[in-house]
Design a protein around this ligand. Structure first.
Ligand SMILES: Nc1ncnc2c1ncn2[C@@H]1O[C@H](COP(=O)(O)OP(=O)(O)OP(=O)(O)O)[C@@H](O)[C@H]1O
Ligand SMILES: [Mg+2]
Length: 371
């Protein structure tokens, strides 16, 4: 007979159904609600620009800009979901260019998403293009690609956009791009040939007002919590905090999630304004946190090291890196430091002293400032 030797660590309380949550997932940032209040106009415009594809006609490329957490990605995903559900002649593909930042990576992802096999290694860009062209010729679908955080792609491989547009020369299927960024001026230095072939329409998302933020959180709350689980004033406090911290809805959602956690710990059946007040002090810059979480390899290690320091010289950073993570040349490390500086995760300050020459001081950015 099997004997369980471990002590029982799951208490009755943990096994009970939540008193407050109906669907906790509805508070997560990945959750795409059934409707997005206050983005109706933008959603309609994106849909209008894409819809010619469902009749085989050409599509207006778009460039969406606006500050973090104001529904740019959500609106595009919302429209894409509608097209996937209701239009047989449109294939939509969402790509975050944080993760796919070269032409080959993007083309491979598209080929895979439309259901064709592509070897992970060893295929040249032209071979992948050929596969894609072959696949498009076989189907009568238009292809709409969202390049989210497109500034990353422009930094790494701006030609990728050109390669996508080049597809138009080989196939009759409409190809459309929806690009998203926090930054307005990213196309300024893009090669004129690429810029003119993009022919983009710009759509600016304006930040939400406090009332709009309140309405948005109210809708999310309806999906997430059982009726009557929130004390009056909870949503207003969270909305107000989100607006004060730059208008990112994610901050409001995080605030609600953390207040709910306290509520469960207290075994209370109502989220009180006091719980929200307790979490307000600790909610940090969410976007920066998300960016940091997406880092991998050397850059992730660098951020881990820097999070333990106020400020550190480049030489000390190199020594610590080697000690903690193994050998890397100063030159190799500098390349990663430069990239982290470019994307606004770290600050590099140069200081000159007469006796000791030049020194670089490196620190983590605490709050990201968006232009
Ligand atoms: N109008 C809205 N209704 C419901 N949820 C919203 C709305 N606007 C934003 N959100 C939610 O806020 C979160 C952040 O939105 P989203 O990811 O679209 O931001 P973003 O504008 O793309 O920001 P970033 O520039 O940082 O990528 C998501 O969980 C999204 O569902
Ligand atoms: Mg986004």
């Amino acid at each position: 007979m099997i004997k369980f030797t471990h002590p029982i660590i799951i208490s009755d309380q943990l096994l009970e159904e939540s008193k407050i949550f109906k669907n906790e997932q509805a508070l997560s940032t990945e959750y795409l609600p059934e409707f997005l209040p206050h983005r109706e106009t933008q959603i309609e415009l994106i849909a209008k620009n894409i819809s010619p594809a469902s009749k085989g006609r050409s599509v207006q490329n778009m460039f969406i800009i606006g500050s973090p957490g104001i529904g740019k990605t959500a609106s595009v995903r919302f429209v894409f979901r509608q097209f996937e559900e209701f239009s047989e002649r449109v294939k939509t593909i969402y790509i975050n260019t944080w993760n796919y930042n070269t032409s080959v990576a993007i083309l491979s992802k598209i080929v895979l998403d439309i259901g064709m096999f592509v070897q992970r290694r060893g295929m040249s860009k032209d071979e992948i293009m050929e596969k894609l062209i072959e696949a498009l010729k076989k189907s009568n679908k238009g292809l709409i690609i969202c390049l989210d955080e497109v500034d990353q792609l422009i930094k790494k491989d701006e030609g990728a956009m050109y390669d996508l547009l080049r597809l138009n020369q080989y196939v009759d299927n409409p190809i459309g791009l929806v690009m998203i960024s926090n930054y307005r001026d990213i196309f300024v230095n893009v090669e004129p040939r690429i810029k003119s072939s993009l022919n983009i329409e710009e759509l600016e998302f304006k930040p939400y007002t406090i009332q709009e933020m309140k309405n948005i959180l109210t809708e999310r709350v309806k999906n997430a919590f059982r009726l009557g689980s929130l004390e009056d004033g909870v949503i207003l406090l969270c909305a107000n905090h989100a607006i004060n911290k730059g208008g990112d809805v994610r901050i409001g959602l995080e605030c609600l999630r953390k207040a709910a956690r306290i509520c469960e710990e207290e075994n209370s059946d109502k989220i009180k304004t006091d719980y929200v007040k307790a979490v307000l002090k600790e909610t940090g810059p969410v976007k920066l946190k998300i960016m940091q979480e997406q880092l991998q390899g050397v850059e992730k290690n660098l951020v881990d090291l820097l999070s333990k320091e106020e400020e550190i010289t480049s030489t000390d950073l190199h020594n610590k890196y080697v000690k903690n993570f193994g050998d890397i040349s100063q030159f190799g490390l500098t390349k990663h430091v430069k990239h982290l500086e470019d994307i606004g995760i770290i600050k590099v300050k140069e200081s000159r002293t007469e006796t000791r020459g030049r020194k670089w001081f490196i620190s983590l950015v605490k709050r990201k400032v968006f232009k």
